[in-house]
Design a protein around this ligand. Sequence first.
Ligand code: ZN
Length: 341
Amino acid sequence: MSYLPWHRSEFERLLAGRAALGHALLIHGPRGIGKLAFATALAQALLCEGSGRTGGACEVCPACGWFGAGNHPDVRRVEPESLTAKLSGEEQSAEKGSSDQIAVDQIRALADFVGTSSHRGGAKLILIHPAEALNLNAANALLKSLEEPPAGVIFLLVAHRPSYLPATVRSRCRQVCLARPDADAAAAWLKAQGIADPALALAHTGNAPLLARELAQADYWQRRNDLFTSLADPGFDALVTAERVRDYGVEEVVGWLQKWSFDILLQHCVDAIRYNPDFSRPVASLASGIDMLALLRYHRELIRLQRVVEHPLNARLLFERLLIDYQRAVAPTAPDTRKAA
Ligand SMILES: [Zn+2]
């Protein structure tokens, strides 16, 4: 496991100071830039028993072998059940209500690991990802360990929304803030990964290359293009569109509407576009006729929704409401095109 090339200097800096690393690191930064890869590579390097230990793990010693196979005895990884299920390909259970949170029992279950001595005589690593998934009880249970750090244990917390963690937990961790790559490095990396249009993928994800690569693997772009084509259509119909996207993910649709409305606002105010350069023409044409305050309110509502709505009872109703509100904001003077029932 390796860190991403744009995090090399930060990685080497931490390893060079490994003797004073601290007992808990909060590795944070934007989503999709390689924080988990960084934390995993750091854990492996700290456990590596090879000789050349200055530039990271050797990849050939027994410890690296176990680490690579996911069974090093001095490592524990803690993540929400839903993520574990998803990574192991159990899509069914991931959808059927397995928890998106890290529960207190998962933290309590670390007691034996923390309380016994290291199998290999080195450090013991606990990687918590994403740390903002810790529910309140779990965070409080973890806090006890952070306040009275068990000997030889290093906690690596990975978070893209560190503000969601209790301040008490944050303050007990050494902060490691990872930056986005510069655009050229990110585009070169995506190109090497076989991504067809790195520039668009980076614009759309706010320069988050891992997220861009992840999205390219599913039919994400097809779904996104379907929705945007409807939104760009002069004959846009909120209810027809809601029906068309009824099976799409809520987080996904809310995120797209947020990026779309952001681009219209940006175009309206400063004649620029950020997320969807491939739809610049329809965005420009929509931007000329909007009710700006209404669209701004709409955009703010989408940002609020992104924080709270993950599993609404009825996604279709939510989509209908959002698309009707969108229609009102972008075409305040257009006649209502809905057919009478
Ligand atoms: Zn090694």
